[in-house]
Write a protein that binds this ligand. Structure first.
Ligand code: FES
Ligand SMILES: [Fe+2]
Length: 340
């Protein structure tokens, strides 16, 4: 593949919403993060609304995340320039009548907060309007389902984290000693079924025994969904659902988001929430650590030299999909550039 396309893809597709932090990680103190290779400052204004700007003071490039939250704006630590959440300079306290005041000098990111996470919009071009952000029903239907959000930073390119979820067969091996993935056949034929927003990749002859299927959807955000049966001793509520998203930080780092979900109401919900906090969360962390350990220690450039087999059809499909999108986006950027 074209190396420019791969380079673009390694950094992260644009034209999408991404979860960037858990809600609890952002209070009034500005937080500096890197996502899709961009340095971003995120903070809560005095109304509790999350704001996000390019983390660069328009004066001389200090990181705004080192500055102060003044309620409706932040102030740079270096010489006090004040910038609001829309990127407009509100004040330059060090001089009389500075022409910077009132100008939009800093790139701002559209923000949405949902299901315990903060989502930012990354446009293909600076002025691209955000798309609608549509979540799977296991999140939107809070009457029927109850969730916990778990997030972690992994030292690997985000594509490995995505591909890991698109590979159900690893459950039977990597997680064979876990509390939920010890059962079932250790061999399978895999099939792929297209859906309206993506596709389902599943074992042909086994369902409801182990990690037997996964779905990829694109609806303003890339999401993956799967379910794994739960033993009776982990309480009522049927299978355990996971909705997963990944955001690139830079070429070698990403952040994974997993919403852990069960279909529970009333006392069953209380029991699930109690058991999760006291017992299950630890077990799930142990499983996630197995994924992290494996992915962080893949051979250098693992994706460059591989021998894929039939179980990798799901991730190959995902790669082709993303490569095509990357090509289109690169072309769009170049056209925009040429017009300027
Ligand atoms: S660099 Fe921010 S005020 Fe000077
Ligand atoms: Fe896993």
């Amino acid at each position: 593949m074209d190396s420019a396309v791969q380079k673009y893809l390694d950094r992260g597709l644009q034209g999408l919403w991404y979860p960037v932090l858990a809600s609890w990680e952002v209070q009034s103190t500005p937080v500096g993060i890197t996502r899709l290779g961009e340095q971003i400052v995120v903070w809560r204004d005095s109304n509790g609304q999350v704001q996000a700007l390019e983390d660069r003071c328009p004066h001389r490039g200090a990181r705004l995340s080192l500055g102060w939250n003044l309620g409706d704006r932040i102030a740079c630590w270096y010489h006090g320039v004040e910038v609001a959440g829309d990127g407009v300079v509100k004040d330059v306290p060090a001089v009389e009548r500075c022409p910077l005041i009132g100008q939009r000098m800093v790139l701002s990111y559209p923000v949405k907060e949902a299901y315990g996470a903060i989502f930012l919009w990354f446009g293909i071009t600076a002025n691209q309007e955000p798309e609608a952000l549509v979540f799977p029903e296991e999140l939107t239907d809070s009457e029927t389902y109850s969730h916990f959000l778990c997030t972690a930073a992994w030292r690997c390119n985000y594509q490995y984290a995505l591909e890991n979820v698109m590979d159900p067969m690893h459950g039977t091996y990597l997680h064979s000693t876990s509390h939920s993935m010890a059962q079932g056949e250790r061999k399978a034929e895999m099939v792929l079924d297209p859906t309206s927003s993506g596709f389902i990749f599943r074992k042909e002859n086994q369902r409801g025994v182990n990690f037997d299927w996964v779905e990829l959807g694109v609806s303003g955000v890339y999401w993956m969904r799967l379910s794994i049966p739960y033993q009776k001793r982990f309480g009522p509520g049927g299978p355990f659902w996971i909705v997963s998203m990944v955001v690139p930080e830079d070429n070698d780092n990403c952040r994974v988001f997993f919403w852990r979900i069960r279909r529970v109401t009333g006392w069953q919900r209380d029991l699930w929430r109690f058991m999760y906090r006291n017992r299950l969360e630890k077990l799930h962390w142990a499983v996630l650590e197995q994924d992290r350990l494996l992915l962080e220690n893949l051979a250098p450039d693992a994706r460059t030299y591989e021998y894929l087999y039939q179980h990798d059809v799901g991730l190959s499909r995902l790669r082709r999909m993303m490569q095509k999108t990357a090509q289109t986006q690169l072309a769009e950027r170049e056209t925009q550039h040429a017009l300027r």
